[in-house]
Design a protein around this ligand. Structure first.
Ligand code: TRP
Length: 444
């Protein structure tokens, strides 16, 4: 990040900052300085927000377990928007995380009426092959799966359904009396997707980040609530002391918590009917009260898991901006001209670029005088998001455009060539990935 003058800060960020205030999403700017090698989406503020990423960051930096998880609904062509999520999963896997990718066939089948057969075809052809081609690695704790085939997820979904009621989910998703029950179930399945990396079978509780577009935030919020409700204790700071509330802990668990707290020597332990207080704190050398709270939280989580409980940590999330469609407005699968699919013929894709709406002016003369407007240009976005890895190159292109030295015609040709090359290489990598499907446990 040598450059401070950033061409990527400006693009419609204002709309997104509202999300910070209204919905309690935190700015990713707070995280960025702590990442040794941030992904270009992070450097360029395409990933602009997060919930609780600090926990993931801490695990990443200390070499402790963490995971990344996201899902794809197999309803049609995978495009460059989906590729962002794929790259975010892969980046976190490269940082040492366990990685999970779901093909949301239960959702596609129940909500969109896509047949199981079609879900499977689309899942493999559109999503899984690209995910592998882009660098998803087969590892012990990394899984690509179909929701319908993952019994751990399905069992957990049923269990989570006990903690969510109809009024709550209808307020979030607009369900009505007409909504079919499988649609509602698919919401629990998605929460189970998100939480299942923390099951004992997958290594137990750990920070898990869910990279998504901002529109998916309601799912994240609901799942964070469900995670909390599945806990047996709530560890809270109360001014100068720490309180461990047994929300749904029986006598045995309360007793175990009491002796575990005594064992820490961190302060005076006082047990009440439904909570245990830790007062007169004796912090360790260099330990802050936040650290002490964290230590106790972890202690209580392992206590819960030792007693066969879930001990879930609320999942973290990151939010990325969406790309504008090539025709202006949103990318939409019902408008093929608005997006480029990862399986698109490279020549045809180049054609779409040449026909796309740019941030250019009415006439050549005006463009020379006023310069272009990259922040309104779908072609520039392709460079920003995908086709120029080098920040300095991007900055140069941006300045050339703004100063009226780079004309749309030249630029489009350049980007069309880049996209053609990218798709050609990606599609070759997909064919190599096809041979490797069994390594990921995917049968054809
Ligand atoms: N509902 C998501 C979509 O519409 C897909 C999805 C399923 C998902 N399971 C998930 C996303 C888990 C993130 C995490 O695209």
């Amino acid at each position: 990040m040598e450059t401070r003058l950033d061409p990527w800060g400006a693009v419609h960020v204002e709309d997104y900052t509202k999300l910070f205030e209204e919905f309690g999403i935190s700015s990713f700017d707070d995280i960025l300085p702590y990442l040794a090698e941030p992904h270009r989406y992070m450097r360029r503020r395409i990933i602009f927000g997060h919930r609780n990423y600090n926990a993931v960051l801490a695990a990443m930096r200390s070499g402790r377990p963490f995971a990344v998880m996201s899902g794809f609904m197999p309803t049609g062509k995978a495009h460059f928007g989906h590729m962002m999520v794929m790259n975010e999963i892969i980046w976190h896997q490269q940082q040492g995380g366990d990685a999970f990718a779901a093909v949301a066939d239960m959702e596609a089948h129940s909500v969109r009426g896509i047949s199981w057969k079609r879900c499977r075809e689309l899942g493999i052809e559109e999503y899984i092959l690209s995910l592998i081609a882009l660098g998803f690695q087969p590892k012990e704790n990394s899984h690509i799966y179909f929701q319908s085939e993952n019994l751990d997820v399905r069992d957990l979904a049923f269990e989570l359904g006990i903690e969510a009621n109809f009024s709550e989910v209808s307020a979030i998703y607009g369900f009505s009396g007409e909504t079919c029950i499988s649609h509602m179930e698919s919401v629990m399945v998605q929460s189970a997707d998100i939480l299942h990396p923390q099951l004992a079978k997958y290594g137990g509780p750990k920070p898990v980040v869910i990279p998504v577009g901002a529109d998916q935030d309601p799912h994240i919020k609901l799942t964070r609530d469900l995670a909390r409700r599945m806990r047996r204790f709530l560890v809270e700071r109360r001014g100068g002391y720490i309180s461990v509330r047994g929300k749904a802990a029986g006598q045995e668990l309360m007793k175990a918590a009491e002796s575990a707290l005594l064992g820490t020597g961190l302060g005076e332990v006082k047990r009440y009917e439904e909570h245990i207080d830790l007062t007169d704190l004796r912090l360790r050398e260099g330990q802050s009260i936040d650290d002490a709270q964290q230590e106790i939280e972890e202690l209580i989580i392992s206590l819960e898991t030792e007693h066969g409980e879930y001990g879930f940590i609320p999942p973290a999330s990151t939010y990325h901006r969406f790309m504008t469609g090539l025709t202006g407005g949103k990318m939409s699968s019902s408008k093929p001209e608005s997006y480029i699919a990862l399986t698109e013929d490279p020549k045809e894709a180049a054609g779409k670029i040449l026909r796309a709406i740019t941030g250019g002016r009415q006439s050549l003369a005006e463009q020379k005088k006023l310069g272009g407007e990259p922040e309104r240009c779908s072609i520039y976005e392709f460079l920003l998001f995908h086709l120029s890895e080098d920040d300095r190159e991007l900055l140069e292109l941006e300045l050339e455009c703004r100063s009226g030295r780079r004309m749309c015609g030249t630029c489009k040709k350049d980007v069309a060539e880049r996209i053609e090359r990218f798709l050609h290489d990606h599609q070759q990598a997909r064919e190599a990935a096809r041979e490797r499907l069994p390594e990921f446990g995917i049968r054809l």
